[in-house]
Design a protein around this ligand. Structure first.
Ligand code: PLP
Length: 396
């Protein structure tokens, strides 16, 4: 069966490959023609448990027979259960549930603005970063540091101050004497921006600066969170705790879910009527979140992400690190980027052709985000498929 590049009735929003996936099992996927792929993308850091995980499938089947949706007019018991679990893992206190990453970030931005208004700041300003990606709503695309995402959608939302990564002097200079600043907002490891990490020392300095100035430290862990780097949340490698933390992607292992987790400084900003969503926190998504975390703990997937990720990065470093056309192999756990010296978007199609799902982001960064169940043998398989493709591409 031939797959058309574009579909006549869905909007033309994605540059899709001509592949239609039908099913998955563990770290493998099969398309409608029966071709097998090793999944080193996990639906963009979403399928934490891989595909068709027996414990996860059984739990979702059980949930579907009970209740899928009920509305937030009533309590949803698993909201409380998942919130309690998340705040325990994060060292924070309260959670608001939505459905996507941008919604979690939108809630964070609203929290920051109301935090300011509650202190008498009428025009609150939020510090954001170069190359950041926070989503595609009008507010979150305004916070995003990528003109391609913003182009055509102006006027952008005001109230953002943009600074470079890992430069504490630049952050201080950009906010010096500005009484309207209410929050600093960034990804611990930028995903769409090209796997760019905030350094641990910088994270600690920003934490101190936020505390000293009574600003909210808001860390977007939508992509790098939920165990991907080998800790529950990537900022935990620096030993800090944010005031606000949006989550989404990996939290439901494929079921749409978003959450904004707050510490004491941000936990009581929203009062009844300030924020809400119809679908957010629904019983199906909450069960998915509860079971994802339970299975991750049962199967030691944080340790696995750290171990297999280090092995994968090391192997890629060995194979590609010294090549002239390779700028850097970087990342942590199972969030790995290989930056080439030239644009390489064509490589996602070539890898798929060779039976490997990857993505290319920021034009020249090969991005690997495999499911956290990846085995060392499967990591070796990624290397053995990807490296020859990269070498051939660099020779062109
Ligand atoms: C994907 C992503 C988002 C947006 O999430 P959606 O669910 O696509 O709205 C926001 N922030 C980061 C860091 C992301 O990686």
């Amino acid at each position: 069966m031939a797959i058309e590049a574009a579909s006549p009735h869905t909007m033309n929003t994605y540059g899709r490959l001509p592949i239609a996936l039908e099913r998955g099992d563990g770290a493998y996927l099969w398309d409608v023609n029966g071709k097998r792929y090793l999944d080193a993308l996990a639906g963009i850091a979403v399928n934490t448990l891989g595909h068709n995980h027996p414990k996860f499938v059984a739990a979702l089947q059980d949930q579907v027979t009970k209740i899928i949706h009920s509305s937030n007019y009533y309590h949803v018991p698993n909201q409380e259960k998942l919130a309690e679990k998340l705040v325990g893992l994060a060292g924070m206190t309260n959670v608001f549930f939505g459905n996507t990453g941008l919604e979690a970030n939108e809630a964070a931005l609203k929290l920051a603005r109301k935090f300011g208004h509650d202190k008498g700041i009428e025009r609150p300003e939020i510090v954001v970063y170069e190359k950041a990606f926070h989503g595609r709503s009008i507010a979150t695309l305004s916070a995003t540091g990528n003109e391609k995402v913003q182009k055509g959608f102006g006027p952008l939302v005001e109230g953002f101050i943009r600074v470079p990564l890992n430069d504490i002097a630049a952050l201080k200079a950009a906010t010096e004497g500005n009484k309207n600043v209410v929050a600093v907002f960034f990804e611990t490891i930028q995903g769409e921006g090209g796997i760019n990490a905030m350094r641990a020392e910088y994270l600690r300095e920003v934490r101190e600066l936020c505390t000293a100035n009574d600003w909210l430290l808001m860390i977007d862990e939508v992509q790098c969170g939920m165990g991907r780097t080998g800790k529950w949340f990537a900022h935990q490698w620096a030993g800090i705790v944010p005031d606000v933390m949006p989550l989404a992607k990996g939290l439901g292992s494929g079921v749409p879910i978003g959450a904004v987790v707050a510490g004491p400084k941000a936990a009581n900003i929203f009062q009844p009527g300030n924020h809400g969503t119809t679908f957010g926190g629904n019983p199906l998504a909450m069960r998915a979140g509860v079971e994802t975390i339970r299975i991750m703990e049962e199967e030691g997937l944080l340790e696995n992400a750290a171990k297999v990720g280090a092995h994968l990065k090391g192997a890629l470093q060995n194979e590609l690190g010294k090549l002239a056309g390779v700028t850097e192999v970087r990342g942590q756990g199972l969030m790995i980027g290989v930056e080439l010296a030239k644009p390489c978007n064509v490589l996602s199609a070539r890898a798929a052709e060779a039976g490997l799902m990857i993505s290319v982001t920021a034009d020249s960064v090969i991005r690997l985000l495999p499911p956290l169940i990846l085995t060392q043998a499967q990591a070796d398989e990624i290397v053995s498929i990807l490296c020859p493709l990269v070498k051939a591409f660099l020779d062109e």
